[in-house]
Ligand binder design. Structure first.
Ligand SMILES: C[S@@+](CC[C@H](N)C(=O)[O-])C[C@H]1O[C@@H](n2cnc3c(N)ncnc32)[C@H](O)[C@@H]1O
Ligand code: SF4
Length: 423
């Protein structure tokens, strides 16, 4: 460890480290903000840059705010609670501009945002019993240790309530020693809790917890030791409402975590893509039909593609229950070669919402399909930049970009990009 030194901070990394320069060398200081003068101690010295921990703020940024969560200093769940939300968004915009720099965009980004607290309707809670102490919480900022949490203010109000009830009841229960993690979920149907077991439990213990869940009006799911997530087959599926429709899903299926922002995102996707009764739309990486169902209410026809069988099954049910006969789903792995003729219809528009790895393997097929418009929803700006650069080189142009603050207080950036086929 080096001595404490003063630094003038003039930048911010996407993961909330202040950037300072001392005698030409860059130092990253966790927790420091641009415009601040701070004292910090170098903890790691490299050839190109140093890393330091903040010890004192000599001159604070005008945008520094008091973190709303008591656990913010230790918990790795949030990284930006010390910065006001407009400046959090500004930092994300700057970072996104950097990622998309090769596209030479000139128009400002559209911004979608909402509440900075009580927005998570799904969370995975780590559980550990260490020296007879129950640790229930999230991984630490600094290590893989679990930071024990009393209340997590980014969870919805109902999930915060279940969290504190669970904390009380698990204390002293045999179950605490048998859990890997707990998943909390809230949707239109109510609240559910999934216990991921690391070893088998006695029937009496299971019954005890079933009674607790009934008393709390919670649906309970168990994932047996070593069983895959897909083994949690809910007899009665869960559901959430969107765009006036009801979407069913199994508890292990993907759903968007921020309900309000999801509604805003889907509305924006419809505004940008403007599907009408002449459009045949392909919804790639469609999950249980989060975009396909609203699209099918407006387009002539929609075809959704998804790799997970359980989600394809749920998506097909959703089309049926919402009386959408112009909507069908295909199960396919979009990272494997697929001929452009896998859809028999002439596709006019494509929406794609891939996982972090992006959709590079599918791009040549996409280009052969020749849609007029492509709406790309991305949770990873670097794979979006790579894929968009490829599409631009093959005859598309970026017409609109939007940043969606789906996960306020974290460094996570969600982006929507509209690409048009050049004439
Ligand atoms: C970011 S989620 C989006 C889901 C949906 N569009 C939504 O808004 O709820 C990505 C989806 O892609 C699916 N997926 C992941 N890898 C895939 C692949 N290789 N081929 C097809 N689908 C895949 C996942 O199962 C997941 O449902
Ligand atoms: S994830 Fe929850 S507990 Fe952790 S810092 Fe954020 S609000 Fe606090």
């Amino acid at each position: 460890m080096g001595p404490v030194q003063s630094f003038g901070v003039d930048g911010l990394t996407h993961d909330a480290k202040g950037v300072a320069r001392l005698q030409g060398k860059v130092t990253f200081i966790a927790g420091a903000l641009p415009g601040e003068v701070v004292e910090a101690r170098v903890t790691k010295s490299g050839r190109r840059f140093d890393e330091a921990i903040l010890t004192n703020i000599l001159q604070a940024s005008d945008y520094r705010v008091t973190p709303v969560c008591l656990h913010f200093d230790q918990c790795g769940g949030c990284s930006f609670q010390h910065l006001a939300q407009p400046q959090q968004i500004e930092a994300k915009v700057n970072w996104l501009q950097g990622q998309l720099r090769n596209l030479s965009l000139t128009e400002p980004f559209d911004i979608l945002s909402d509440s900075t607290t009580q927005y998570r309707r799904r969370a995975r809670i780590a559980v550990q019993v260490k020296n007879n102490q129950l640790l229930l919480g999230f991984r630490s900022k600094a290590s893989k240790d679990i930071v024990s949490i009393d209340t997590c203010i980014v969870l919805t109000e109902a999930l915060q309530k279940v969290f504190s009830s669970l904390r009380q009841v698990l204390l002293g229960s045999e179950l605490a020693n048998k859990l890997g993690h707990i998943e909390l979920l809230e949707d239109t149907k109510g609240v559910s809790v999934l216990f991921r077991l690391t070893s088998p439990i006695k029937e009496t213990l299971e019954e005890e917890w079933i009674r607790w869940a009934q008393g709390e009006n919670i649906a309970l799911y168990w994932q047996a030791p070593k069983a895959s997530k897909a083994s949690v087959l809910a007899e009665d599926m869960r559901y959430y409402d969107l765009d006036g429709q009801r979407l069913a899903y199994h508890p292990q299926d993907f759903i968007q975590v921020n309900e309000v922002m999801n509604e805003k995102m889907v509305t924006q996707a419809l505004e940008w893509l403007k599907p009408d009764n002449e459009d045949v739309v392909l919804d790639l990486f469609c999950g249980v039909g989060n975009f396909s169902i609203p699209l099918a209410k407006r387009a002539q026809q929609v075809i959704g593609v998804e790799v997970q069988d359980s989600m394809v099954e749920a998506a097909a049910l959703n089309a049926q229950h919402n009386n959408l006969s112009n909507l069908s789903f295909l199960a396919a792995d979009l990272t494997k070669p697929i001929a452009a003729t896998f859809v028999k219809k002439k596709i006019t528009k494509v929406l794609l919402d891939p996982p972090r790895a992006g959709a590079f393997e599918f791009l040549d097929t996409l280009i052969k399909i020749k849609p007029k418009q492509i709406l790309y929803v991305s949770c990873n700006a670097s794979t979006l930049a790579r894929d968009a650069e490829y599409l631009v080189a093959k005859g598309y142009q970026v017409s609109r970009v939007g940043l969606m603050d789906m996960f306020p207080q974290t460094s996570h950036v969600e982006t929507m990009m509209l690409l048009q086929k050049k004439k």
